[in-house]
Design a protein around this ligand. Structure first.
Ligand SMILES: [Zn+2]
Length: 438
């Protein structure tokens, strides 16, 4: 029979075993930590590698949630990716502490419990393990470890919506692209260092627009970026680093500086996933004794940001017999995506929208549209977006497979409006857009 003292003793032992040091975890320690967490919380976590780096290191992802191994209808998928620049190291370590906090708070903290019961959270502490290992000495500034083993900048390595990206796609990039294709991600952030700001899409632009590259969901992105900056210990003050200042701690990516082949634009255009870029430390690779402060400064922001995956509206599109219809275009009127957002294999859609009134258009391309007006409340505290299903009255509707070429879509649109003789490809794209948004 256990006495109270025994129980306290066991609890202390458990917490010592699970305690995570504030230090840098190199490849073997990182793998050991993730495997240890999975062993300690097998029903709450799912550890898998989505591919390998150039030097053959696993690209580990820990998925957390009540159903960690697979997607459940209605439960949105969220991700954090860190250390894609190998010399930007704070994100890599604070994501390990986030994992520790989530697993140890489940069934103890009611908010974290509800969050994990209603969200599947994917955490990738390092997208560039080779670059991290190549950075031998902690250093505040730009080093060779930024790049992967082939010398490529992974945040310039994705297909670009505005211009042709000639960089050859690296194994790390391809692994992330496949992962994005295979999961219905709704919201994401990628973690960097060298500045203190939350930056949002677009990073690139067509032509020579000055100042700001606005996406159709600019209001949502500003909200997402501010959610992070205002829940961070100091980012919202906008002091940045050195002489940089960022009002309210946020910036449009292009307003800060233009870049091609970035991951956040790729997520938004091709992945149907809203992603922002978080710059978390002025020093890219700070001494390990500062890691505890970085974790404290970011903890609330990391959690509040995940909750935003429950913004807006979600639902399923089915036929008369209740069978899900994949590849149905579902978009909010007035905010068309250049590559229209479509339902997944379960007929599901997720649209991140701020509270307000919207007309949602569900279109089976070339066949039929259905409109519904929705009143979206502030629902993030309920851990569920507004639910709005669509049921078509026909039997067995088939929708064309989703196709969105990995070519510069915005450039095509601009050319189409100027060209006297549009190519077949542009005609197909314009037809899809017209069907969707007439
Ligand atoms: Zn970076």
């Amino acid at each position: 029979r256990k006495t109270a003292d025994d129980v306290v003793g066991i609890l202390c032992l458990l917490s010592v075993a699970a305690a995570l040091d504030f230090k840098y975890h190199h490849t073997e320690e990182l793998e050991a930590y993730l495997k240890g967490v999975h062993a300690a919380y097998p029903s709450l976590t799912h550890l898998h590698s989505i591919g390998r780096s150039v030097e053959g290191r696993d690209l580990w992802v820990l998925a957390l949630g009540r159903f960690p191994t697979h997607h459940k209808i209605g439960i949105p998928e969220f991700k954090y990716v860190a250390n894609m620049h190998g010399d930007e190291t704070v994100g890599r370590e604070i994501l390990l502490h986030l994992i520790d906090f989530l697993v140890t708070s489940y069934r103890r903290d009611p908010v974290i419990t509800r969050l994990l019961n209603n969200t599947r959270i994917h955490i990738m502490p390092t997208m560039n393990p080779d670059g991290f290992e190549a950075t031998k000495v902690p250093d505040c500034y730009y080093t060779r470890g930024r790049y992967n083993k082939n010398g490529e900048d992974l945040n310039r390595n994705f297909p670009d919506a505005f211009e042709n990206n000639n960089a050859s796609i690296q194994p790390e990039t391809q692994a992330v692209m496949n992962w994005i294709k295979n999961e219905t991600f709704v919201l994401s952030a990628n973690l960097h260092g060298g500045a203190l700001v939350a930056s949002y899409t677009f990073d690139n632009v067509t032509g020579s627009l000055k100042g700001y590259s606005r996406s159709p969901d600019d209001d949502v992105f500003i909200h997402l970026a501010k959610t992070y900056s205002f829940n961070h210990a100091s980012m919202y003050k906008g002091m940045g680093c050195d002489r940089q200042t960022f009002p309210e701690g946020i910036t449009n990516g292009y307003s800060w500086y233009q870049l091609e082949g970035g991951m956040q634009d790729y997520n938004y255009v091709w992945g149907q996933c809203f992603e922002i870029t978080l710059e978390l430390s002025c020093c890219k690779y700070p001494p390990a004794d500062q890691l505890e402060k970085f974790w404290r400064d970011n903890k609330a922001a990391l959690i509040e940001y995940i909750k935003q995956v429950h913004l807006g509206v979600k639902g399923q599109v089915t036929d008369r017999n209740g069978n899900p219809i994949p590849n149905v275009i579902v978009e909010a009127k007035g905010r068309p995506h250049v590559c229209p957002y479509r339902t997944n294999e379960h007929g599901e859609y997720f649209l991140l929208l701020l509270p307000g009134t919207y007309v949602i258009n569900a279109t089976v391309p070339g066949f039929k549209s259905m409109l519904k007006t929705v009143e979206i409340p502030d629902n993030t505290g309920n851990f569920s977006a507004l639910k709005q299903d669509f049921s078509f009255s026909e039997v067995s509707i088939r929708s064309r497979a989703a196709s969105c070429p990995k070519t510069p879509l915005y450039q095509d649109l601009e050319l189409a409006s100027a060209a006297t003789k549009p190519t077949l490809h542009i005609l197909v794209l314009m037809t899809v857009m017209l069907v969707a948004f007439k």
